[in-house]
Design a protein around this ligand. Sequence first.
Ligand SMILES: [Zn+2]
Length: 559
Amino acid sequence: MFDLVIRNAWLHDGSGAPAQRGALAVSGGRIAAIGADLGPGRREIDAQGLALMPGIIDGHTHYDAQLTWDPFADPSPPLGVTTAVIGNCGFTIAPCRPADRDLTMRNLTQVEGMSLDALRAGIRWDFESIPQYMDMLQASRPGVNVAAFAGHSAIRTYVMGEGAHQRVATDAEIARMADLVREAMAHGAVGFASSTNEPHNGWNGIPMPSRLADAREMLALTRAMGESGRGLFMLTKGNVTPMAQLEEIAEQSGRPVLIAAMFHNNTDPSRVFDELALMQAARERGHALIPQVSACPLTMDFTLHSAYLFESIPAWKTAISLEGEPLRALYASPDFRAAVKADLERQQGRGLFNGEWHLMQVAQAARPDNIGLEGRTVLELATAQGCHPLDWLLDFALSENLDTYFTAQLRNTDVQAVGQLVADPATHVSLSDAGAHLTFLCDAGFGLHLLGHWARDQQALSLAQAVHKLTGHPARLFGIADRGLLREGLAADLLLFDPATVGRGRNERRFDLPAGASRLRAQGIGVHGVWVNGEQVVDANGLLPDAPRAGSLLREFQA
Ligand SMILES: [Zn+2]
């Protein structure tokens, strides 16, 4: 007798092969049998022709902090995710000395859009080292499977203190950092993650520590990772990092380099394809440079209290550390506005926001008499008043005490181009950034969006290929040998869904973080069940109220 049998399903096995109609049985948390006619189960489900696939592996999340207060990594499981990779971009919370906790939280607040109150109230600091953090995650039993990167910025702060934000490292400091990378790999880290990305600033707009690393530090730390004979180097790449440097890292470390964030940018439309071509050429020379792309438009909701999307504009730096009256006075100042406009002209497609005012809208007005403006673009509203869009934006926000919510589409809005990126067999589709930018966006439902929007609606790739991109492909990439496919003996991480309706629903704003802080939260559509290691955690109504903590910290990876 099996624990569970799901019958009459279209089985998408994660390999990219066409679906087969059949049944799947689970026993002891593993897939026990797959076939046309299986014996009885203690629990039987008639799927009535729904699709069954391996659970989604989300390769780019930032649940490092959230997992210490929310073991389920909400909202990922109801969106089909059964494995989350944390520590991306190198923004981990371990290692961290007690004295550095507040600085670490302030940096996360800025760089990942989490409220400082939420972090202070939420994080359980029962660890100092990376092994201690990993042991704590395992002991508290996560609700999803978790794989953790060792994080460059945390390691740098641990070794260099305040200097981590200010200067290049000495040989002795690099040697100590390399030892911490070795220690993390020995305790089951999935790899080493870093960022050289310009919008990645910490408290008061100071660059995150990894942005201060020189080429010799990057090479030493990735080689330390490579000594383990496994692992990936994950990098969110800024404009300053040449592809040749990354190819050298792949060569010297002997390990793949996973390169984020490969978005399509309307104001520099060939750039992403040029970079993909460089990576392809490197792969042909035997050096695994792998582009990480997103299935979602990069959309940010923001108020002018804290407008992350403008923070890579040099003239905006003065605004980052201000609030209240001084911030309002700055926004009103003609000099500030002139400087921002000049920078926007100069940066020519290199910023996070590049002057696409026609893709910025009023999302939620603060004053009832302005509700009629919701959904209208900043460009059309400014044109109607005969002023520059920046002036309109700042004047309007000031008239609403900066409480207006705006929404801006910053990347990945070109259907043709993005369809090409997600369908390319070489790309790793992820970049949900789940657990981060919580007040600005929620792309945790990226997998459902790939299945519904890109496979079913746009037909950019087949459903079987889309399933592969979310399961078998990332499992192989991260060396997760016992997941990502429907095969006898593998872990029973499963997603039961309706291909006719699957997708991601609207985001809603909730105030359910620690200290009552707000976040955007996506709803799934067409999800009928999610199982983690054979235990059901989600049904058609979402996360089960008594969902078991069935996940595990993954520590063994194939080379
Ligand atoms: Zn990230």
